[in-house]
Design a protein around this ligand. Structure first.
Ligand SMILES: Cc1cc2nc3c(=O)[nH]c(=O)nc-3n(C[C@H](O)[C@H](O)[C@H](O)COP(=O)(O)OP(=O)(O)OC[C@H]3O[C@@H](n4cnc5c(N)ncnc54)[C@H](O)[C@@H]3O)c2cc1C
Length: 401
């Protein structure tokens, strides 16, 4: 396809917003329309942290940015996409026409497959956070089903507000695949230390109980709460893509430049699944991956080379600590610990070939950045140096004399 003269972006989360910004950064002079039911783009990570605690900041950019960059924000929901003509049909019947269409539709909170699921809160949107934040505070009881990233963050925010919190998960130590067993165990132990009750249990039913709810567990016991949040993951929003005939396989299938199976349609963010080297990767579901894939799709739209793939990175904040992980903590090999669980603690995953596959860290900013670069370099690392907190990891990045 020749250079497009207009782009329509469906979904104004981090992926859609970064695609618009990147199109302009790369000098695209054409029309850009950014479509979302919520209008102006906003960010989701604060929704379980500062925003849930009563803060207000969620915008991805100042309002003036859109005018300055000639990005038209359209409030509306796309209900149909005709990729052959580049037509996007909105819920009210209006149509948007563009030479290139980017699907950045993210996902929705997964619902818990138990009776009574209709009583549960979810947390994916600002409206979800608004509904939840009035239900936190002293004298209130919150049960959270799912102790992964979002469930754990909400537990910390709610406990800090004085809420009595019970966190329920069938897995004794959640987040092991993401953080590795050592860092995951430390993170999980913070709940009890901060007054949050953790239960290893499988919820099977949710029923009204007086003015509140009871979560019935497989072992026959029950947890009473005023509010119950299901934080059990997300489902990619692929309905538009599927109806438009694009290739979808638990995510809209894209290449490294966000190209879908139709030459006029691109996709990015939580809704996509990357085909790389002949196989389909897992969906990323993290902020940095969404931003980078939006930028890559912008390059794809312009027929330019996307930036090189980055080593995966995500963070999570809870109980005043900032935890991060980069690369893969599940690669076969061995673990190397640095320091003791607490601020500065790190765990490295070293592959069988001696290169660094992944790292998880607690309040370990500079060292995590160095670890990410070490993973990208792909050269063998010295396990003793990794284990020694006195060794500045940035030193390992330098070529040996
Ligand atoms: C509560 C919470 C906390 C998080 N915290 C972290 C964190 O600490 N660290 C981290 O790395 N990641 C975190 N994440 C994950 C991160 O926010 C997501 O990976 C990121 O938002 C994905 O960006 P996206 O643009 O692909 O999708 P989204 O942010 O979901 O945006 C998609 C947008 O598309 C719109 N849309 C969908 N369908 C249509 C349609 N038909 N027409 C028009 N618009 C449509 C939606 O309204 C939405 O605004 C968190 C997520 C949540 C929910």
């Amino acid at each position: 396809m020749s250079q497009p003269r207009s782009a329509a972006i469906i979904g104004a989360g981090p992926a859609g917003f970064s695609a618009a910004a990147e199109l302009r950064r790369r000098g695209f002079p054409g029309r850009i329309q950014l479509l979302d039911p919520d209008g102006l783009p906003y960010d989701r990570p604060p929704l379980s942290k500062a925003y849930l605690a009563g803060g207000s900041a969620t915008a991805l950019a100042e309002d003036s940015w859109y005018q300055a960059n000639a990005v038209e924000v359209v409030s509306g929901t796309a209900v149909q996409l005709h990729p052959d003509s580049g037509t996007v049909v909105l819920a009210g019947g209006e149509e948007i026409q563009a030479d290139a269409v980017l699907l950045a539709t993210g996902g929705t909170a997964r619902t818990l497959p138990v009776p009574g699921a209709e009583f549960l809160h979810a947390l994916r949107t600002r409206a979800d956070a608004d509904a939840l934040r009035g239900r936190l505070g002293a004298g209130k009881r919150l049960a959270i089903i799912g102790a992964g990233l979002i469930g754990a963050e909400v537990a910390a925010t709610a406990a800090a507000a004085g809420t009595a919190v019970v966190l329920i998960d069938p897995v004794p130590v959640p987040l092991v695949p993401a953080m590795g067993p050592e860092a995951a165990a430390y993170l999980h132990s913070l709940h009890a230390r901060n007054g949050v009750e953790t239960l290893t249990a499988l919820p099977v039913d949710v029923v009204p109980d007086g003015a509140g709810l009871a979560v019935l567990l497989e072992d026959g016991s029950a947890v009473a709460a005023d509010t119950v949040l299901a934080a059990v993951g997300m489902v990619p929003d692929t309905a538009l893509a599927e109806a438009a005939g694009l290739e979808v396989d638990d995510g809209i299938v894209v290449d490294s430049a966000g190209r879908t199976s139709h030459p006029r349609a691109y996709a990015a963010g939580d809704a996509v699944r990357l085909r790389s080297g002949g196989h389909l990767e897992r969906r990323a579901e993290h902020w940095d991956a969404a931003v980078r894939s939006g930028q890559a799709a912008a390059a794809g739209i312009l027929g330019q080379e996307p930036p090189e793939a980055a080593v995966p990175w995500f963070w999570t904040d809870r109980y005043g600590i900032h935890a991060e992980a980069v690369g893969s903590m599940t690669r076969s090999g061995s673990s190397v610990e640095r320091g003791l669980p607490g601020p500065g603690y790190m765990v490295f995953r070293v592959s069988e070939d001696g290169t660094l596959a992944g790292a998880a860290g607690i309040d370990a900013g500079n060292s995590m950045r160095a670890a990410r670069r070490l993973i990208a370099l792909g050269k063998p690392v010295d396990a003793a140096a990794l284990a020694d907190p006195k060794v500045d990891l940035r030193r390992l990045l330098r070529p040996r004399p």
